[in-house]
Every structure is written in structure tokens, then in C-alpha cells.
Design a protein around this ligand. Sequence first.
Ligand SMILES: Nc1ncnc2c1ncn2[C@@H]1O[C@H](COP(=O)(O)OP(=O)(O)OP(=O)(O)O)[C@@H](O)[C@H]1O
Length: 641
Amino acid sequence: MESGHTSNELHLEKRDVVDLELNRVHSAHLINNVVHDFSWKNLNVKVKDRKTMKPLSILTDSNGFVEAGEMIAIMGPSGSGKTTLLNALAHREAAAGATTNGDIMANGQQMSLKKIRQLSSYVEQEDALIGSLTVRETMMFAAGLGLSSKISKRDRQVRIDDLIASFGLQDQAHTIVGTPIKKGLSGGQKKRLGVASRLVTDPKILFLDEPTSGLDSTLSFEVMNFIRTIAKRNKLIVVASIHQPSSSTFKLFDKLCLLSKGKMCYFGPLPEAHGYFQSIGYPMPPETNPAEFYLDLINTDLAKAGDEVFERIGQITQAWSENSQNQRLIEEIDIISRRVEDTDRDLSKFKVEMPAPWVVPMVLLQRSWIKSYRDIVTYGIRVIMYLGLAILMGTVFLRLKSNQEYIQPFINSIFFGSAFISFMAVAYVPAFLEDRATFAKERANGLVGPFAFVISNFIIGLPFLFLISALFSLVTYFLSNFRMNGNAFFMYTMWLFLDLLAAESLVVLVSAIFPVFVVSLAVTAFANGLWMCVDGFLVPMNILNPFWKYVFHYIDYQSYVFQGMMVNQFKASTYTCDSTGSGYHCSYPSDLNSEGKIDGKDVLSAFSISPGKENEWIGIMLAIIAVYRVFGYVVFHFKKN
Ligand SMILES: Nc1ncnc2c1ncn2[C@@H]1O[C@H](COP(=O)(O)OP(=O)(O)OP(=O)(O)O)[C@@H](O)[C@H]1O
């Protein structure tokens, strides 16, 4: 403390390094002093062939060795197994239903899923960015989900600012990523942000699935150049699958792993590939893009059976498996894996602290909150849609009176309002599927579990669904002239709220099971149609046939909403009959008919609805909502994607 530094300043000095060239301070947290090398040996991936249902090898005897600070390109034509290899290395499911065998090692030690998650991050081809968040918010939430709660706010900010600057996004720090209706970042900036957000947790190994897909050659170079600079500066290991890089982008890589039909064609330093192919009889013509040349040698996209390319691929893969360079690679991996006793290579003690379990749902909630008010598609459009529906209903069922001919319109309004509000919850399907896709990616990176996702999704919906119910009630209740009583208005709102909550919970369950938009939409719409048919309005309960009554009616949340709202209106209201001169004509039998009136309770009897059971119905509604949500959780628990 002689120099009079505060502890914060000392902290900064110890942990941070100054980049003299850029005259900027870099936090040293990213520097990889942990993983010296990453290797894999005899890696094989088999699937059950979709057509023959027999075992099919889609990756055969793959070997590789990458050192700290190196960037390796996994390259090959479409379908050659790039993603399969990348996924296998990251301990993800290599392909649907695949089994993976072989050794995957860091510092020569076998990797487990837990260990690889601690050491690495994976950036998907389709980014997991949320369109309505700004660049800085995206980084903040990534830090919230992946960094230990013990890391101070200041430290987080230093990391975030450093990464934003490192990826050249300072000027866009407060720009949103971009939604379908509001433009934000460019394609290249999005890719950079996608990578930056995965680096906030200090991974030592970075897996990138086609990081340049969808970008032109200039932007591809720019993105890969940023990644290379950061990897070199921090000694990170970068493993990227890449489809068809330009010459300049290709040269940014240190090593090449060339695949064809799941077999190795070459593995080694990029500059040596040229000499290797020449040595096996495939010299590269001058002025050729090397990536294009290697791909053309093994590309079967436009080939027909019997074409020479198939023979050539056979020769190339055979030549590689017998080549001394491949043998040396295997020996090198063997030597590395025997050096486990070196203490600085021991990864067993390396631990990464994750956020406390309660932090993750809180971060998700905060993120959903911003998304829900900023992204009109999430709730805004639905609020407007329900408001439109309320105005439509309120003006169609306008100022209903207490003559008996208004009894049916009251009932229709109750049925139509409750059924339609539930039906329109299908509009939640796209927003939920979007959240589900983000969740799948964050889960695969070990950041978010199903419980945190399901609970935060439930909580964030509550204020919006309540707002929708309250707005809907405010408009329809008074326009349609329901029973003028404060308590009755509150109950009307509550039934609509429970109705919406149940309908949205059903959307969550259905979309959890069927993550395909059209399927989820169709199933939810069908379920709503079914609930409408058996809720006791179209066919009163006393004549509904036993199958529909006992199998579906009692689990139909709409039936409790319908009954609850019916009781709310009719339990304390009377209606006047038509006067015929000699007496009265009453459309419902009632003890009050002699006085020319109908007691609302007798309307309820006609529908076999008994007042006084409201609390029981509320309890059943809550149970149905809980069952939908718990089932949704169970589906996510067992279904990994
Ligand atoms: N169950 C299966 N039955 C038959 N073939 C399969 C099965 N699963 C995967 N494959 C095949 O395995 C190969 C490897 O796919 P992978 O996605 O790894 O290739 P890729 O090189 O990443 O392709 P792209 O560049 O098109 O993404 C593909 O040809 C794919 O058709």
C-alpha cells in the first residue's frame, strides 16, 4: 500500500494488462493458462441409418491435436461430418440418436460433459441472441447466467466493456440486436456479439459452428479476424467448422481438419496442407483459393455414381490413414496423454463457480421483463388484440337489459368471451417457441435448467395476463351491462385471468411437446375447440353424453370459467317475462313466474349449474394450471432439445 493505491487499483493492476498498441486496458480474466492442448483420438460416431435402420458410421477414426492459442478449421463439403465432429468434441449429441466412441482430452486428460462445459463455450450457427436487448444488456445477461455470484459488479462491467471493445462493438453498445420490426445490428455485428457473449464466462476452448454462415466474404473475414486476435492475445483454443471460406479468411486458421463423408482427408498445419496434397499427387495450381481447391477434390454434391470423385476420395482418405503425418499425430496425442503427472496440466482441480441456483431464474425474469415490454410481438400485440376483441364484444352485446330476451345474449356473451379469450392464447405460441429456442441453446451450454426456465416463464406471464384480463373486463363489463356490483366485477376479472392463465399454461405444455409452430398451433386450437364443445354451454351438462362428460368435461378449465361467470351474473339477478295481457309468458320456469319474473338461479338450474361451489372451482382451476406447468417441466426435464 506504499504507493497509496486503493485495493481496487491494486486489484486492477494485478489482473489486467495494458494493450499498448490500442492504448486500452484489457482485463486478464480471459487469458488461458489452464488448457495447454486439446486432442481427440479414434473418434467414431455411429447412427442408425434413416433408410436401412442399420448402424451407419458418420465419423470414422478422427484424430486431432490443437494447442493453446491455435485456431483450427474443420472443413469439408456439405454432409461431410463437420457439425458431427464439432458436437462430439463439445460432448453434445453428435447427431440425432448418435453414439460416440473415442478419446477427447484436454491436457491429455479425458473430458467429461461437466468438465468440457467448465472449460468451453459453444456458439451455434443460429445465434441465441434476443432481438429486443441491446448489445450491453446481452452481455450483462450472459454474465448473469454464467458468472459466479461472487464476481463483483465492477469486475463484470470491466469484462463486459473489454469484450464489447475487443469485438469492435463500442459504438453499438446501446443498439438493440434487432427484431422483425425494428432493425438493429448488421449480420457481422450479430455474429461478433454472439461470440462475445459466450466469452464472458472465460472459456478456454471455443467451439464455433459455421461462424461465418450467412455473411459475405468481407464480413466473414472481419468476424474471424476479431476472433483470431482475441484467441491469440488470450491463448484460447478455437475449434470452428467452416463451409467455404475465402482465401483470406482461410489463412487466419492455424490448422486444418479436412473431412469427407466422415473420414479424415488431412489434419495438420494449414501451410503444410499444400505440400501434403502435392506429395499424394494433387498439386494445387497457382493462384487458387486453397480452401476451394481442397473442397473441389472431395466434393460430391453434383457427382453421379461412378464419377471419378468417389475414387479420388477413396484414395485421399486411404492415403491419409496410412500417412506418416497421421501416425505422428497419433503418437503426439499418446505422448501428451502420458504427461498427466505434470501439476500445471492437472485439470481435476480446475473448477468454475456458477451463479447461485436462485440467481438464474431472477436473471431470466429480468431479461423477460425487458423483452416483454420492448418487443411488441411478445405481449403488446396480444394486449391490442384482446382490447379489440373486448370492444367488439362490448359493442355487439351492448347494454343488455333485464328482460327475458336478454338472458340468452348474457349467456352467449359469457360463453363467447371466456371461450374466445382462451382460444386466442394460440397467439402466444410463436413467442413461447422463440423463448424455448433460446432456452435450448443456453441449456446446451449448461447455463439454464428446465426449472429456472419454467418458473421464470410462469412468473413473467402473470402481470401481463392480469393486465389483459383487467382491460378486457373494464371494456366488456360495463358496455354489456353485467351485474353492477364491485365484487361481481372483481370475480368476472378473476375468472378471465384464470382462464387466460390456464390457456397459456396449455400453450406452454403443447409447445414443450411439439416445438414446431404449425403443429403446436394446430394442437392448441384443437384442444380449445374440444374444451368449448364440452364446457356445458353448447350442450348442457345434464344431457351431455357420458363419454364427453366423464372423460373431458371435468378436466376442461373452460367449464369452470363458464360456470363461475354464469353464477356471477345469475345468482343475484332477476329478469322480467313477456306480458301477454291475460298473464305472462316466461321462457324459464321459476317460482317468480306468477309475478312475471324469472329468478337468475333458475337459469343456472337449466344449465345444471349449482351456485356456492365457486371456491371449489377456483381450486380446480389452480390445480389444472399447476398440472399443465408441472407436465411442461417434466417434458423439458426428459426432452433435451
Ligand atoms: N440417422 C442418419 N441416417 C443417415 N445419415 C445420417 C443420419 N444422421 C446423420 N446423417 C448424415 O451424417 C452426415 C454428417 O452430417 P453433418 O451435419 O455433421 O455434416 P456437415 O458437414 O456439418 O454438413 P453441413 O455443412 O451441411 O451442415 C450427413 O451426411 C447426414 O446426412
